[in-house]
Design a protein around this ligand. Structure first.
Ligand code: NDP
Ligand code: MG
Length: 412
């Protein structure tokens, strides 16, 4: 599937927007833009998993038709928090899917992880434009997701900054004239550390990204560089480009968000401050543009833009993701599931930072996945990957020495 340029909405009418994952980092940046331009947008649905207070506060402010909390046991709390507001409160998986399926101009897919697959697919079937941040959907269900998108005719505009950059650089270009896609990577917080130094890093250090403020899971993915591996898979699906034509380059300043190299030697780069409100705005307003308060680049003060190749020995997750993509079939689903479990275990201090790659590698080596043909197959394979990852974590035999945040991981 090549991300398509959407049909335009009704001229003059406010765009109807749903935000799935409204309380997260992508969700908050989206709500910030909606609040700054209230006459251009009308909010249909806001969803969250368990952050009742944040969801209720956003709903009281933006007045969607419905606010949905994923955990059913939080229904009472949400209903109470919204009483008198005129906003319908709902809870649980069915309510989430129903809200996601409401017809809107733009549905923002900002849920984290494979948990977002079903709601995002529901949105993909009914929205005019899917503004997709939830890259795990494409990683775990690429072919299935693409088939659903093709059936619905919904346009996909990527929100991930690299893919938004490529989407913008490709506008008006012919796909067969593209030679390479070049994804930039900041290198994350540990770009200067040795493997020995990485062994002892804490979750707090891992989520302190030098350039971007993001949710915990993607921050850890950035630190391991699994995020860039997931993005290679995402680009493969979005832009129908073979794995060996998708490059990754370390660019610590995060000014160039990605590039497209064409057959005539031209390279188009999209630049801007590292602020997700730009790629979100691109998706909300496409094919038009909208104003944002994002800090403008001052080229006179940009001392240098530097580039270097990624180090796959220090950051093996990037190679593991490429390997899963080349192996095809169900391997990317397994990779994603194993990574989600390993990252959660790291955040809970059950394993060390370097163990994340180790767990993913063990799962890819031990399982023989069947290629998924539909959503049920993907969910089954996802569960298989999670079980295998839990077993791999058990096999590592780690325990965390009781200490403060900098505590060491040791083998017992
Ligand atoms: P966050 O963790 O900040 O937010 C996740 C959102 O999803 C929250 O609203 C959360 O609700 C909700 N959520 C979590 N679990 C579930 C679930 N099981 N069912 C339904 N909703 C759930 O994540 P980010 O905003 O950082 O990332 C969202 C997605 O966007 C990820 O796929 C990420 O890779 C991608 N992305 C993010 C970028 C960023 O800058 N943050 C950049 C590029 C891509 P609650 O608050 O109640 O838990
Ligand atoms: Mg990205």
């Amino acid at each position: 599937m090549t991300a398509r340029i959407p049909k335009s909405g009704q001229a003059g009418a406010p765009r109807r927007i749903s935000v799935l994952g409204a309380t997260g980092s992508i969700g908050s940046s989206t709500l910030d833009l909606l609040k700054r331009d209230r006459s251009s947008f009308a909010v249909e649905a806001l969803t969250a998993h368990e952050s009742v207070e944040a969801l209720a506060a956003a709903a009281r402010d933006l007045r969607p038709a419905v606010a949905v909390i994923g955990k059913p046991e939080l229904y009472g709390a949400l209903r109470e928090a919204l009483s008198g507001s005129g906003v319908e409160a709902a809870a649980g998986k069915d309510a989430l899917l129903e809200a996601a399926a409401r017809p809107v101009d733009v549905a923002v897919g900002g849920i984290v992880g494979a948990a977002g697959l079903e709601p995002t697919l529901a949105a993909a079937r009914h929205a005019r434009v899917l503004a997709l941040a939830n890259k795990e959907c494409l990683v775990c269900a690429g072919e299935v997701f693409k088939a659903e998108m093709a059936k619905s005719g919904t346009s996909l505009v990527p929100v991930d900054s690299e893919h938004s950059a490529i989407f913008q650089a490709l506008a008006g270009e012919r796909a067969e004239r593209v030679e390479r896609l070049i994804l930039t990577a900041s290198g994350g917080p540990f770009s200067m550390l040795t493997r020995a130094e990485m062994a002892d890093v804490s979750p707090k250090q891992a989520v302190s990204h030098p350039k971007w403020r993001m949710g915990a899971k993607i921050s850890v993915d950035s630190a391991t560089m699994m995020n860039k591996g997931l993005e290679v898979i995402e680009a493969f699906h979005l832009f129908a480009t073979a794995e060996d034509r998708i490059d990754v380059v370390i660019h610590p300043q995060s000014v160039i968000h990605s590039m497209v190299a064409f057959c005539d030697g031209a390279v188009l780069a999209q630049m801007g401050a590292p602020d997700m409100r730009t790629p979100i705005a691109v998706a909300l307003a496409w094919p038009d543009r909208m104003a944002t308060p994002v800090k403008r680049l001052d080229f006179a003060r940009l001392a240098a833009l530097t580039f270097s190749p990624p180090d796959e020995d220090r950051f093996p997750c990037l190679g593991l993701a490429r390997q899963a993509l080349r192996s095809g079939g169900g391997f990317p689903t397994l990779l994603n599931a194993a990574n989600e479990i390993a990252v959660r275990a790291f955040l809970r201090r059950e394993i060390g930072f370097l163990d994340i790659a180790e767990v993913v590698e063990r799962v890819l080596a031990s399982e023989t996945p069947v290629a998924p043909h539909d959503v049920a197959d993907v969910l089954e394979l996802d569960a298989q990957g999670r079980r295998a990852a839990r077993a791999a974590i058990g096999g590592l035999g780690r325990t965390i020495a009781a200490s403060s945040d900098g505590g060491r991981i040791r083998k017992v």
